[in-house]
Every structure is written in structure tokens, then in C-alpha cells.
Write a new protein. Structure first.
Lengths: 221, 193
């Protein structure tokens, strides 16, 4: 008897949406996130890449040609991407280091931009894929949907080479700046709030680490 | 006697094999870290690490990285390792609390990770706000897979740090050296009125 009551109560309860459907996501971003990443990073054979938590790491790997040794794909430790890129860039001053991260992860540790700004390593290039949503947790609007401007935060943190990219026609120029700036460069790409295409990859952080370290050491020779 | 090339500079801190009688433990710490190959010093400014911080700033062969929060330091140390460099995180006990989730990266990725923690909230602490985090430091670090060593006296700093460096870079462990309040001397506050 009690069982029946519980069942019918569950039926009557309003359904909770756990993921905002694509049709209901409103973002100022229209760029295709994968295509934008591919064009911003360009040729990736000889660069080092940190892929930020959630969709950003898939786009980073997508731009790098898959689960490659020189792209470390983060699946946790939210907020780590930019500082990890900084440590890597300081350790490898003759190599280009790309950080590909989402605006949600960057917002968790926007102070890192100040840490980077005062050192300003010229081989560090940060690409923020800003869809104005926390996609991984069900597409709740992020702060950038509500007036927060990450380019201004980066500029205020002392990073001089910055760009906000909203149109495809602006991608090539931003890509050039990411490669040629004489200080750290920072690009926010306003991308559409679509689900990133997943890239099959190892989720063993230790294995990824060892593969990355071995590869970079071999490149040096 | 071998001639020194003209204009060469002697770097006593790096060429000395053992601590001289005059070397105090904070300078010993810096010398050992440099001899061990550390080239990135990351920190949130702190009195307990002032010698290491100022020496790293003055050393042209290292990167001195002022952080806005200690969690950046965990990620930075891991990133440096990916690039083949050794880094150390210098923080105060209160900063340990800021690192917790980022230690997932170090632990899950089995990154060699060394941190030196200047302690508050223990022996002789006069600011009651420091106790909650200070007393939780060891438990929190151990819960995240970090091995914890303590240095209580100036004469044991070298031995403890050498052990920690071996554990970190030879065994690939995550290690914290607590520079205890007994070692550092408790901060003096004016008595409450």
C-alpha cells in the first residue's frame, strides 16, 4: 500500500530539468567552438597544449588532431588550466604553449590572470571558449551572460595582447596575435552554446603526464 | 692552482657543499632547493618564507612567481613538471586550505609535488583565528595524499628537507614540509586589552 502511494507521488511531482535544452540556451556567441579552436590554434605539431576541464579539453584535442602526447587534457581540478600553462611556459620558454579553457573555469581562478600578467611570458597563449553557460553541469548561465567581460579582466591584470572574437572574419587576426605577440596573449571567443563533440581519450592523468613529459624531453633533442 | 677566468663570479651559495656554521636555516633551505634543481619558486607573500622569496627574486637563474592564491601554485608546479622543470610551492598553513581540490591534479596525475608550509595556529599562536586551519593542515594534506614531514628545530631543517626532496623527485611523491611555529617563532602580538 505504502509502495503504491510513493509511486503515485513520484509521478505527480513536477519534472526537474537537469539540462537546459539547446533551443532555450541564449548566448551572444555564434561561433562554432571546434572550428574556432582549430583556426585560433593553427598548426599544432610543435606546440604544447593544456586543455581545460569539460568541453574545452575536447576542443583542444580536436584542434590538436586527437588524443596526442603534447596535449594534457584536464578532467577535474577546475581552475587549474591557466596556472598549469604558466608553469609549462616558464619551463619551456622556447616553445609555444596554448591553454584552451572555458569561461567557467577561468572565472573560478581569474586571479591567475594577474599572476600571469606580472610575468607576461611571450610564449603563453590563452584561448577562452566563452559560451556564456556552465555546460557540463546542465547549461546554467555563467557570469559572462550577465555582463562580466573577461577581456577587460585580462587587460586589468596587465595582459596587453587581448582580443574578443565574435565573428569568423576576426579569427585569423586573433590567431596571428596569439602567435606573434611579444607578451602573453589572451583571446575570448564567443562560441555558440552547443555540446562539444567529444574526443575519445585516455582519462588516466598519470599516463597522460608520463607520455607528455617523455615527448617534450624527446623534442628538445 | 687553477686560474679563474677573468670576470667570473663566485656564487658561494651554490658552490658550497655543506652549510657553513654561519648559514642560518632559511638560507640552507634556498641552497638545498637550488642544488636540487628547483627553478620555479611559487608563493603567496609570507614572512616565514621571506628569505626564499627574496633570494628567488634576486636569482637570475630562477622564476619567482607571486600567486594570488595557493591553488594556482599546485597547478603551476604540475605544469612545470610537464615541461621538465622542478618547482616548489611556498605557502602559509592558512593557504593549505585553498589548495585542496587542486591537489586532485597532483594526486590523480601522480605529479612529483613539493610544498613548504610555514605554520600558524599551533605552538605559541596569539591569533585565535589561525587555529582552525593550522590544526587541520596535516589532516587535510594527508586526506589528499600528501606526505607530511615536520621540522621543529633549526638543526633538523636540512635533514628533513633532503628527505622530502628525495621523496618528491626520486620517488615521485607529493610531500609537504611543515616549518613549524616552534622553528619560526610565534608572531608577537600586543597583549589583548
Amino acid at each position: 500500500m505504502a509502495k503504491t502511494t510513493t509511486k503515485s507521488a513520484a509521478k505527480a511531482a513536477p519534472k526537474t530539468k537537469t539540462v537546459t535544452p539547446v533551443s532555450e540556451r541564449k548566448s551572444s556567441g555564434h561561433l562554432d567552438r571546434r572550428q574556432a579552436t582549430i583556426r585560433l590554434l593553427g598548426k599544432t605539431d610543435d606546440v604544447l597544449i593544456i586543455g581545460g576541464i569539460a568541453g574545452a579539453k575536447d576542443d583542444a584535442m580536436g584542434a590538436a588532431g586527437g588524443d596526442v602526447a603534447h596535449c594534457y587534457a584536464l578532467g577535474g581540478a577546475m581552475g587549474a588550466a591557466c596556472a598549469m600553462g604558466l608553469g609549462l611556459a616558464l619551463a619551456q620558454p622556447t616553445r609555444r604553449v596554448f591553454v584552451v579553457t572555458g569561461e567557467g573555469e577561468l572565472l573560478m581562478n581569474s586571479g591567475t590572470l594577474a599572476t600571469i600578467g606580472v610575468l607576461n611570458p611571450p610564449n603563453l597563449s590563452i584561448v577562452v571558449l566563452d559560451n556564456e553557460y556552465y555546460g557540463e553541469t546542465g547549461y546554467q548561465p555563467s557570469h559572462t551572460a550577465r555582463g562580466v567581460d573577461l577581456v577587460k579582466i585580462a587587460e586589468g591584470s596587465g595582459i596587453k595582447a587581448t582580443r574578443m572574437v565574435t565573428k569568423e572574419s576576426e579569427l585569423d587576426d586573433a590567431a596571428r596575435m596569439l602567435r606573434q605577440s611579444n607578451g602573453t596573449s589572451f583571446v575570448v571567443a564567443k562560441v555558440a552554446p552547443t555540446d562539444p563533440e567529444r574526443v575519445p581519450h585516455s582519462r588516466d592523468g598519470n599516463w597522460q603526464r608520463q607520455r607528455f613529459v617523455r615527448t617534450v624531453a624527446a623534442w628538445k633533442k | 692552482m687553477a686560474k679563474k677566468p677573468a670576470g667570473s663570479k663566485v656564487a658561494p651559495a651554490r658552490t658550497a657543499k655543506r652549510a657553513s656554521a654561519a648559514e642560518d636555516w632559511p638560507n640552507t633551505v634556498y641552497r638545498l632547493l637550488r642544488e636540487g634543481g628547483v627553478t620555479q619558486f611559487a608563493y603567496v607573500p609570507d614572512a616565514g618564507h621571506s628569505v626564499c622569496i627574496s633570494r628567488s627574486l634576486a636569482d637570475p637563474d630562477v622564476q619567482s612567481v607571486a600567486l594570488t592564491t595557493e591553488e594556482e601554485g599546485v597547478a603551476l608546479v604540475c605544469g612545470a613538471h610537464l615541461g621538465g622543470a622542478k618547482a616548489v610551492l611556498l605557502m602559509q598553513s592558512s593557504g593549505v586550505g585553498n589548495t585542496i581540490n587542486l591537489l586532485s591534479l597532483a594526486e590523480f596525475g601522480r605529479f612529483p609535488f613539493l610544498t613548504l608550509v610555514s605554520m600558524r595556529g599551533e605552538f605559541g599562536e596569539g591569533n585565535p583565528w589561525q587555529y582552525a586551519m593550522g590544526q587541520a593542515v596535516t589532516k587535510v594534506l594527508e586526506a589528499m595524499g600528501v606526505q607530511v614531514l615536520r621540522a621543529e628545530k633549526p638543526e633538523e631543517v636540512e635533514e628533513v628537507l633532503r628527505a622530502a626532496m628525495t621523496m618528491t623527485w626520486q620517488s615521485g611523491m607529493r610531500v609537504a614540509v611543515l616549518l613549524t611555529q616552534r622553528l619560526l617563532g610565534a608572531k608577537v602580538f600586543a597583549p589583548a586589552t
